[in-house]
Design a protein around this ligand. Structure first.
Ligand code: CO
Length: 213
């Protein structure tokens, strides 16, 4: 790709926006008020705004390899805390995708250097759901299921944080687990049963806000 094209594309994009609304950028500069925090994979095929059909200003976005929510990740935690406490988003989404390279790498016996500690968290997801995954003989199906279970466990990781527990209790903020199917372009809601998960994990992870749950 000729990087000069990026700037040409940008000029075209500006012209298109201004044609529809001459005040577009003036209004955009006033501030943001997104309802959604989207945590997705860095994969170039999974473009958060495009696949959801949303405009600038509508979604706060955080992306990393394999859409992970790791407790000591200062980057993810800063995004999460800012989105929930300051932007007061109503929805936090973890969006995985089939054929995720990060998940694939975690299924293989290979030393990937600095990626090892990151991908270790996906191996932990495999360990938690080992019985279900080992019962799937088809490798592609197993791979796809691990993508889904990884999304589920990252949603659980969100619920383990104080900021999310407070917002669920205080203003009914919602967590969603989605998967993007690269082959069809379809966004799939995994319909994770959060009530059941909360009942199961709050005995251990309650940070004081969820005592009535
Ligand atoms: Co990925």
């Amino acid at each position: 790709m000729d990087i000069k094209n990026v700037f040409k594309n940008n000029e075209k994009w500006i012209a298109k926006r201004l044609e529809k609304d001459p005040e577009y950028f003036t209004n955009l500069a006033k501030g943001q008020n997104p309802d959604i925090l989207y945590i997705g994979c860095s994969d170039s095929r999974v473009t958060a705004e495009d696949l959801m059909g949303v405009n600038p200003g509508e979604v706060f976005v955080h992306r990393n390899i394999a859409n992970m929510v790791i407790s000591i990740d200062l980057n993810m935690n800063s995004v999460l805390n800012y989105a929930v406490d300051n932007l007061k988003v109503d929805h936090v989404i973890v969006c995985g995708h089939y054929f995720c390279g990060g998940v694939k790498a975690a299924m293989q016996a290979a030393d990937l250097g600095i990626l090892n500690p990151w991908l270790r968290n996906i191996r932990d997801v495999y360990r938690i759901h080992k019985n279900e995954l080992n019962a799937i003989s088809d490798e592609t199906e197993k791979y796809k299921r691990l993508v889904e279970l990884n999304v589920q466990e990252q949603c659980v990781n969100l619920i383990k944080t104080a900021v999310v527990q407070k917002a669920i209790k205080g203003r009914n903020m919602q967590i969603h687990g989605w998967v993007f199917d690269v082959q069809s372009g379809r966004l799939i809601d995994l319909k994770i049963d959060f009530k059941k998960i909360l009942e199961e994990i709050m005995e251990i992870y309650n940070l004081g806000e969820m005592s009535n749950y």
